[in-house]
Design a protein around this ligand. Structure first.
Ligand code: NAP
Length: 470
């Protein structure tokens, strides 16, 4: 596919192959953009900002809702794109498309509700004759940088609210999964979005991503990705607003009074969704010792039923990792843990980019797996004596995106809600739960700020204060 700058589709002499992670076959190719392309995209986006901030809200709403309709007509094509450039199975990909349509629809709806409020100036002595209010205005040109694991919906989470709020955007999608983003741009243009408002520039993060982040005309960087790139971006961004949606190694607490069957199946699904390449994927499970053995045995037997294979096969439960290097890294981490004393209950092998769903127990704290984000199909089980012990262990890492607890005791649930250091808590489901309107984001190394359309809109607009001296 070509990339798009200000509505014009562009080829470049140098291209980057987009490969199917299952077998390395070439799906398509995209231009390898240069810093000059980024400059051109930002120049156009300055015009795009003037255009979008002056569009009436009803135009933005109708463009967003029409985009969602067009996505619906291209549903299967979008799902097939996700399941060929990325590692989700076709069934997982369909769920992502449905969510992305919802994300764009909610963006259209929220564009009606960008509200301000009046200010009680007369509460300050000397200001008795003042009246006024604030309203929200767009922040300007937004740079959006996205990861590979949800190549459509995480892009929709940037474009939807940015457009709803009256901004323009230059998007740099992940190099390995640019096609879904380019197809979403097609849907926007077909729905009538003026070309200047959105550019999608394909190329390497270290080359064009950094040029985008550094540029002083960019007013906000909205980033989703790993902590390493996130830290680098905060170092080089200069004076601009930053939104950071980063990784995690999410904890789930399972107490003896819960519905065990429900807890096991939710945790298995949460651990292996998208082959564990999921920022809210379950990585650490703390199980009360009285039910530990039962939980472990059922967990391992459900895991062993998982069918791995090519993403496009309707019967595949879990697809490959994004590439073979990543699969090798994950197996290295598992071997490191086993060498240090962890017990491998199932999995721990790979064929090419396909890693078998892996379950470990007795994880030593010195293992890389114990406190880093694995971002692969690997989960660790820990027995705990009490909720206090489980909360302390859950919190003993540098991440905090979502946490979960399975219990039927309200008091225990509330204790976890109060004491777990995370951006969101799920009670009686795994951490792998998200709807696109809820506030979403983390504490510690999991990020800064919140997404979820209404919340992104707050980040992507600013209050302008108006005061009348009567
Ligand atoms: P990544 O390596 O950090 O890359 C993310 C994006 O940043 C890519 O577009 C990448 O470009 C770009 N990039 C890399 N280095 C850059 C730099 N120095 N300057 C500017 N841009 C740069 O992450 P990933 O492997 O694609 O995704 C996995 C990570 O994303 C995991 O840690 C996961 O937890 C996190 N994630 C978080 C959320 C959330 O909402 N909290 C959601 C999904 C994923 P290239 O592709 O060219 O390298």
């Amino acid at each position: 596919m070509k990339m798009v700058i200000g509505g014009t589709w562009i080829d470049k002499p140098e291209t980057i192959a987009v490969r199917n992670p299952f077998d390395g076959s070439v799906v398509d190719s995209v231009p390898r953009a240069t810093v000059e392309d980024i400059q051109a995209a930002i120049r156009t986006a300055r015009d795009g900002y003037e255009i979008n901030r002056n569009l009436p809200a009803h135009r933005r709403i109708s463009i967003l809702l029409k985009t969602a309709d067009i996505m619906q007509t291209r549903f299967e094509e979008l799902a097939a794109t996700i399941a060929s450039e990325g590692s989700k199975t076709i069934r997982e990909a369909r769920k992502e498309v449905a969510r992305a349509i919802n994300t764009i629809t909610i963006s259209g709806e929220e564009a009606r509700r960008i509200l301000g409020e009046t200010i009680p100036f007369d509460s300050a002595p000397g200001s008795e004759n003042r009246v006024g209010y604030y309203y929200r205005f767009p922040i300007g040109v937004i740079a959006a940088i996205t990861p590979f694991n949800d190549p459509l919906n995480l892009v929709a989470h940037k474009l939807g609210p940015a457009i709803a709020g009256g901004n323009s955007i230059v998007l740099k999608p992940a190099t390995v999964t640019p096609l879904s983003a380019l197809k979403l741009a097609e849907c926007f243009y077909e729905a009538g979005l003026p070309g200047e408002i959105l550019s999608v520039v394909t190329g390497y993060g270290r080359e064009i991503g950094e040029a985008l982040v550094r540029d002083e005309r960019i007013r906000m960087v909205s980033f989703t990705g790993g902590v390493e790139a996130g830290k680098r971006i905060t170092e080089i961004a200069g004076l601009k607003k930053i939104g950071m949606e980063l990784g995690s190694n999410s904890p789930v607490i399972v107490l003896e009074d819960c519905n065990l069957e429900k807890a096991v199946s939710a945790c298995v699904s949460g651990a292996f969704w998208a082959a564990g390449q999921n920022c809210i994927g379950v990585q650490r499970i703390y199980i009360q010792s009285s039910i530990y053995a039962k939980f472990r045995d059922v967990f391992v037997s459900l895991t062993q039923k998982y069918k791995t294979g090519p993403q496009q096969d309707e019967t595949t439960d879990m697809g490959p990792m994004i590439n073979e290097q990543e699969a090798i890294r994950v197996i290295d981490w598992v071997e490191d843990a086993v060498k240090k004393g962890a017990v491998l209950l199932t999995g721990g092998t790979r064929a090419g980019s396909l890693v078998q769903p892996t379950v470990l127990e007795n994880m030593p704290s010195s293992a890389t797996l114990a406190c880093n984000e694995v971002f692969g199909p690997v989960v660790m089980l820990y027995p705990v004596e009490s909720l206090e012990e489980a909360i302390a262990a859950s919190n003993a890492v540098d991440y905090g995106l979502q946490g979960a607890i399975f219990t039927n005791d309200l008091n225990q649930a509330f204790k976890a809600i109060r004491e777990m250091d995370v951006g969101g808590i799920i009670v009686n489901d795994s951490t792998d739960y998200r709807v696109d309107l809820m506030p979403f984001g983390g504490v510690k190394n999991s990020g800064l700020g919140r997404e979820g359309i209404k919340f992104s809109l707050q980040e992507m607009t600013e209050p302008k204060m108006v005061c009348f001296n009567l």
